[in-house]
Design a protein around this ligand. Structure first.
Ligand code: HC1
Ligand code: SF4
Length: 574
């Protein structure tokens, strides 16, 4: 309703109720939470099958299975139809496959090979589209788009955002924003989930690897890298390893081979986040006028979501910077001072499972040293490309050790990478501070797993804290509406933008749809490795990390101190 340029809609569905006033912009349909009026399924028709008794071939993604149904998946007519569809898709597809970012894991390329297609069979006129690269995080090349509308479905149904959809009709149909606006001029949260479902190279992250290589080649620069928790359980997939393989040791070795001066773990600043966020929560709980529930602030797509869609609820967000930003801030203040380095000569690079981190580094109030906290952030996919370009045989590398003194984090920091992890890490610390007792059972299993919204009530020596965890923004929306209506029962809420949390971030290795369709839950497999590492770890609580204790002793004094606020906290814009 807020978006309707004609002022027609009170509720989205009124589009259908007052047609004489409607100018047909389609914005309401794209934002429709029930998906009424727009269907993204069955668009490409590659998955057709023959169903006994049906006159026409049916799209298997859209047809409902019924008792007694007889389905034939490999008949001559099915194969003929699929082959023709693929050849038609290729007729309007820019085929610079040799240098395409998806070369090797392009679904169109693979299908074309399987179905023995002639890529030039229907060659003829093609639409020519300009690259959409107005923003810092994502590039859209509609010359490669096959109009499958998976990105539209992801943005609309899973994330509940709906800033992209089909514009124009027939031959000119293209996926873009309403009124052909730049993505940058829409409330896109930059989650990058649309990229992960694109079958071809029409969507990809903005590549920042050249900036990293330039910094590494510059002898005047001290280049420090920090790696996010979730990268280590996914990067191996880029080198043929099974989903969820733990490659932490190889990752460290590879970063040292690339020439970074120091290789640190962002798990450590995830621990620092717990100290600061836990302290903030305790303050809010003890102040009867404080805004509750407090909400986590480490997922930048989520922060954008609150700024764009619920600005009135911004006071609920924790003021803590994300672990990525705390990492950069600590490097350019504490670390620079300790090692007598000028922050202007330090380049902080991060490797993240996330596309939205590329927007987070550009935010205001993220320059604790006077220079930006983080200079360059690259996704897991970009880092894999860097390794391949530099001929590093990743799978064969020996294990390496994180550098000191910022070095390692606890596995409370590591579990940040899965939905529920921030909450669990916070509870491990807050419980011990509130009760003064040692927590006997560290596994808060109620907040684990891939269920969209999870809740738990934690008894802290008689003081009961109600918590909630949501992942993907369509789930977060339900929590936000509850808060807005003044009906939220929670004290603390964790939201991660991506389905499953960072393990399934928009910058993680792309998993082909045949793997997903065969029932593989990528999120669960990657998260399983994280929890297994945590189970075996000797250090499972953020406040027991010796590096954290040293940081407070030598620099920040105590959690929530004046200096901690200056360096580790931030503000939001309405
Ligand atoms: Fe995440 Fe976070 S867990 S946001 O998902 O709080 O990206 O992995 O690095 O900053 O630590 C991402 C992951 C990551 C931050 C941490
Ligand atoms: Fe939608 Fe996220 Fe893609 Fe933006 S980045 S268009 S919000 S799916």
């Amino acid at each position: 309703d807020k978006k309707c340029p004609a002022g027609v809609c009170k509720a989205m569905l009124n589009y259908f109720v007052i047609p004489e006033k409607c100018i047909g912009c389609g914005l309401c349909k794209r934002a429709c939470p029930a998906n009424a009026g727009i269907c993204n399924d069955g668009s490409c028709r590659v998955c057709v099958v023959e169903v006994k008794g049906s006159k026409n071939l049916v799209t298997s993604c859209f047809a409902t299975v019924k008792e007694g149904m007889e389905v034939f998946t490999n008949t001559p007519s099915v194969i003929k139809s699929r082959k023709m569809t693929i050849e038609l898709l290729m007729s309007s597809h820019n085929q610079n496959c040799l240098s395409c970012v998806r070369s090797g894991d392009c679904e169109l390329q693979r299908l074309s090979y399987y179905y023995d297609c002639d890529s030039s069979k229907y060659a003829g006129a093609k639409e020519k589209y300009e690259l959409e690269n107005s923003n810092a995080y994502l590039v859209r090349d509609n010359n490669k788009c096959v109009l499958c509308r998976r990105c539209v479905a992801m943005c609309n149904k899973v994330q509940g955002i709906g800033v992209i959809g089909a514009n124009a009709r027939g031959f000119k149909t293209n996926i873009s924003c309403a009124f052909e606006k730049d993505l940058n001029d829409t409330p896109c949260v930059a989650c990058g989930q649309c990229i992960t479902v694109c079958p071809v190279g029409a969507l990809h992250e903005r590549d920042n690897t050249k900036e990293v290589m330039d910094a590494l080649r510059d002898p005047a620069k001290h280049v420090v890298v920090g790696v996010a928790p979730a990268v280590r359980v996914a990067l191996g997939e880029e080198f043929g390893m099974p989903i969820g393989t733990d490659v932490e040791g190889k990752l460290v070795t590879s970063l040292k081979m690339m020439g970074f001066n120091k290789v640190f773990d962002v798990n450590m600043t995830a621990d620092l986040t717990i100290m600061e966020e836990g302290t903030e929560l305790l303050h809010r709980l003890s102040d009867k006028n404080a805004v509750l529930p407090m909400m986590t602030s480490c997922s930048p797509g989520w922060v954008r979501y609150v700024e764009f869609y619920y600005p009135e609820l911004l006071p609920h967000l924790s003021s803590c910077k994300s672990p990525q930003q705390m990492f950069g801030a600590v490097i350019k203040t504490y670390y620079a001072k300790k090692f007598n380095l000028d922050p202007k000569d330090i380049v902080v690079v991060t490797v993240m499972p996330c596309v939205a981190k590329k927007t987070e580094v550009l935010r205001n109030d993220q320059s604790a040293s006077g220079y930006v906290d983080v200079d360059i952030t690259i996704t897991t996919r970009e880092y894999a490309r860097m390794l391949k370009k530099n001929a590093i045989n990743f799978a064969q590398l020996p294990d390496g050790q994180w550098d000191n003194p910022i070095g390692e984090g606890s596995t409370a920091g590591l579990i940040f990478g899965a939905t529920g992890g921030v909450m669990e890490a916070a509870l491990r610390t807050v419980y011990e501070i509130v009760t003064g007792k040692t927590l006997q059972k560290l596994d808060f299993t109620e907040v684990r797993g891939v269920e969209g919204i999870k809740e738990a009530e934690i008894d802290m020596d008689g003081k009961k804290i109600k918590v909630c965890v949501a992942h993907s923004l369509s789930n977060a929306k339900k929590i936000m509406e509850e808060i807005k209506a003044g009906k939220s029962p929670y004290h603390f809420v964790e939201v991660m933008t991506c389905p499953g949390g960072c393990v399934n971030g928009g910058g993680q290795p792309i998993v082909m749809s045949d793997v997903i369709n065969s029932g593989t839950d990528v999120r669960a497999l990657r998260a399983k490795t994280i929890y297994e590492k945590d189970k075996k770890s000797p250090l499972r609580k953020s406040h027991e990390n010796e590096i954290i204790k040293t940081l407070y002793k030598e620099y920040f004094e105590k959690p929530g101190s004046h200096r901690a606020h200056e360096v580790l906290h931030t503000t939001y814009k309405k």
